[in-house]
Design a protein around this ligand. Sequence first.
Ligand code: PLP
Length: 361
Amino acid sequence: MNRVFNFSAGPSMLPESVLETCAAEMLNYQDSGMSVMEMSHRSPVYDAIIKEAEAKLRELMNIPDNYKVLFLQGGASTQFAAVPLNLMNKNGKADYILSGQFSTKAYKEAQKYGDVVAAASSKDDNFSRIPETTRDSFRPDADYVHICYNNTIYGTKFNYIPDTGDIPLVADMSSCIISEPVDVSKFGMIYAGAQKNMAPAGLTLVIIRDDLIGNARETCPAMLDYALMAENDSMYNTPPCYCIYVAKLVYEWILGMGGLEVMKEKNEKKAAYLYDYLDSQDYYTAPVEKASRSLMNATFVTGDADLDKKFASEAAKAGLVNLKGHRSVGGMRASIYNAMPYEGVVALVEFMKDFAEKNPK
Ligand SMILES: *Cc1c(COP(=O)(O)O)cnc(C)c1O
């Protein structure tokens, strides 16, 4: 069977060359006589893998030396609790920007632990745009400000980095991590589930500034305590070994093409091809404000729920799978992460044209 173009929001496509390396090294990793899946995480051969993964990520994202890189588990959703447990520790206050479903989940989770308010929200516009903020949007004594940088479900992305002054900015980058360069020094902490753009599900990446570590609440579970995880080089317990190995291969894949500037160009080219088509016709509507459009997740609707349904099922038959929009939004969503080739987007647009012609409204 041929491989399909998989537009899933996550878990999602991995680069074919990475999967081939995984396959080639599956039974016997570099003369160790075993698969990476079977290795002790304390073995020298695995130690080299996790150290290399961190080194490659630091190179790729240009992570300053005063930031720790942690390879954790529990998904981005576990960080919704870990962030307040570790960082809401001076005034017991935090400000959240609500730009979609995941930021709202993070906000609700944080409310269990302190005085948490929504500093800005685009809920009234069905999250079709990124809320605007200024320095004055935030309480001066907030312990941190939280944002979701790319809103996977709605297809929006922050087109600016909120000015929070001295207040640490925490960003959920699950669906846009390593899709383009970001200035890590603008953030106190970045976290991301790996399954959108980095690796199979099971790995959660945390990048955190040194001075924000070490003040977790006494009641913080050991597994969520960044200090403990940092002291143990992400090996307090068994890390998600195989996912970290795949992530390393993905980092090497991007470095091999020239790094995040090149990755960004490729992603912009793909997204422009799809958005240009959407803007050129009136069969499909893209509900998101143009200035807030995501490079990674593009949403569109026909305006007719039955046609939307037919679109997703006929696209799947044509080898373009997982185009159904999130259950809370409806319509279609094309997730075009790093590993989606340009040809996949061209094939999608061809299908869209053909579908519009065959299914007049
Ligand atoms: C997918 C996603 C999550 C949830 O990630 P899990 O790893 O499943 O917990 C959170 N935030 C964003 C932005 C996402 O895209």
